[in-house]
Design a protein around this ligand. Sequence first.
Ligand code: E4P
Length: 216
Amino acid sequence: MQFFLDTANLDQIREVGELGLLDGVTTNPTLMSREGGDWRKQAALICEMVDGPVSLEVIGTSHEEMIKEAKDLVSFGTNVVVKIPMIPEGLKALRELTERGIKTNVTLVFSPTQALLAAKLGATYVSPFVGRLDGLSQSGMEGVDQMRTLFDNYAFGTKILVASVRHPLHVLEAGLIGADVITLPYSTITQLMHHPLTDQGLAKFLADWEAFQKGE
Ligand code: E4P
């Protein structure tokens, strides 16, 4: 399973990159606006820093606007994946971008049948938002499981990129289902690394060793 980082923050990208756990990055207008400053400069820096796919999202809501923006976004780097919202105009744009050989990530996917449409039109990735569904008492992961079955039944090459992740259990469930990619907020990567028993265990090992060295 590939790990993408769901952020536009350069420090977070650098840190996870140094851990060797960074396979790519996903951004969205909210994440980009959180960083402030010149988004074009920020996007270019992210693309340069990341040795893997970087999703940059369009803002337009008509397919003409999306295509125009996509042409601009791909100029930021060869690793750019154009993020398109799962709306009818987005599907029109998706079809054209697929024909042009531009990599795409269909975002704001909330049902397996939306994912099916995106896959039929050649999306590179679909992003089911599991956390937002869970927040409405609907199982986000159940939909991901159904997507996996649909894609496998018809041998679609579209990758399932689990998004809107809230906690480590989402990572476990996505992995058991066989999702191709999961995009993680920095906080979840941190949670994944820690376990109280690891910290307690290490503290005890070090204390025992210190006592042994002192001959106690
Ligand atoms: C995915 O690409 C999105 O950027 C992201 O995962 C959305 O998550 P949220 O529900 O935390 O905003």
